[in-house]
Design a binder for this molecule. Structure first.
Ligand SMILES: [Zn+2]
Ligand SMILES: [Zn+2]
Length: 359
């Protein structure tokens, strides 16, 4: 007959999650097999405590248990030995290994935005990142240094007498050889506290949108001896109002006036790093592509810059005055077909198609 889980943990049915955890901790420590070698009754109690806590600490499962009692499990049967050992693994990991005691600190992800100019030259970006740092007074242990005493279970050696369980460290002191009787007041026992890290990020020339930079050891610190996590910086390259980028090449439109295109002209074109003068030949067609070598951006790691591709766009004048309109009309009448060869070709084709349709 399965015992009631609340009874097993010795808590009321309306116990809070914190109450459950506290009860579980105390009981699990009392019945832990490392502290009760070869005591089968303690081992049974220990498993019972773990099973009860696993069930009640998960709000969804707890609700089902409250409603259905021992039938809360879908198959209505108590957990199999395999399931119990999985629970034990989780409980041992979660309870007896202090948070991150041996684990590396967490990685932190952060995103920065750079302009296309930064892609051209590379840049330094100062960033401020919230991160967890090790508490100095307790050196990450979470225990008040004034309140430490030698662990009685291992007499300060940190080693467990029994090797039956998952590890040979003393379960009570987690291998440290001492136990704390008082929480560190600085970090309230967490071993870490929030802080702001200020770092310089070196944005490499030629970097791409979405490129990641890893700043080793700049993530959260760990509570133990393990290294800090890394700071992962994702680079977002802002869109440029004028230049579009494909690989190392840049593309942009170069609007010119109709007289400039017809008569030829020197026009100024902007560059990412300054400007340049372009000589338009008389009769430059709209849509003409011009290539300026090595005026694009460099590849990652350095090397030859890509090219800048300019597309000439003949801009049609807006809001003509009456005089301008008269001048243009006079000009239009003066044009001959050979002066607009593409239009003339289209007209010839149209006539030909019309002819064919008739016959
Ligand atoms: Zn110990
Ligand atoms: Zn502390």
């Amino acid at each position: 007959m399965q015992r009631d889980y609340y009874e097993v943990l010795g808590v009321r049915r309306d116990a809070s999650q914190a109450d459950l955890k506290r009860a579980f901790r105390a009981l699990a420590l009392r019945y832990h097999p490392d502290r009760n070698p070869d005591d089968l009754d303690a081992e049974r109690r220990f498993k019972e405590v773990v099973e009860a806590y696993e069930t009640l600490s998960e709000p969804q499962t707890r609700k089902r248990y409250d409603r259905l009692g021992p039938l809360y499990r879908r198959d209505g049967r108590p957990p199999t030995p395999e399931e119990v050992s999985a629970m034990l693994g989780r409980a041992l990991g979660g309870l007896f290994r202090k948070r991150g005691a041996r684990g590396q600190g967490k990685d932190i992800d952060v995103r920065i935005e750079v302009g296309l100019e930064d892609v051209l030259r590379g840049a330094q970006h100062g960033i401020t990142v919230p991160r967890q740092v090790r508490c100095q007074p307790c050196e990450g242990s979470g225990a008040d240094p004034e309140g430490r005493k030698v662990c009685e279970d291992c007499a300060g050696t940190g080693k467990s007498a029994s090797r039956r369980w998952l590890r040979s460290e003393c379960a009570r002191c987690d291998g440290k050889g001492w136990v704390s009787t008082k929480r560190c007041t600085q970090c309230d026992g967490a071993g870490l506290h929030g802080s702001e890290g200020r770092f310089e990020v070196k944005v490499p020339a030629g970097c791409g949108n979405g490129q990641k930079l890893r700043l080793a050891g700049r993530g959260d610190e760990s509570t133990g001896d393990a290294p800090a996590g890394d700071l992962m910086v994702v680079i977002g390259v802002r869109e440029h109002p004028f230049f579009r980028r494909r690989g190392t090449d840049l593309f942009c439109d170069l609007p010119v006036t109709y007289p400039q295109a017809a008569l030829g002209a020197d026009v100024t074109a902007p560059l990412l790093d300054g400007e340049t003068t372009i000589r338009l030949a008389p009769g430059t067609p709209s849509g003409k592509q011009l290539r300026l070598p090595e005026r694009g951006v460099p590849p990652v790691g350095g090397g030859r810059r890509g090219d800048l591709h300019l597309r000439v766009l003949v801009e049609v004048p807006q809001d003509l005055t009456a005089d301008q309109r008269a001048d243009l009309e006079r000009l239009a009448r003066s044009f001959e077909d050979r002066q607009h060869p593409q239009r003339a070709e289209l007209e010839r084709l149209r006539q030909e198609l019309l002819q064919r349709a008739r016959t």
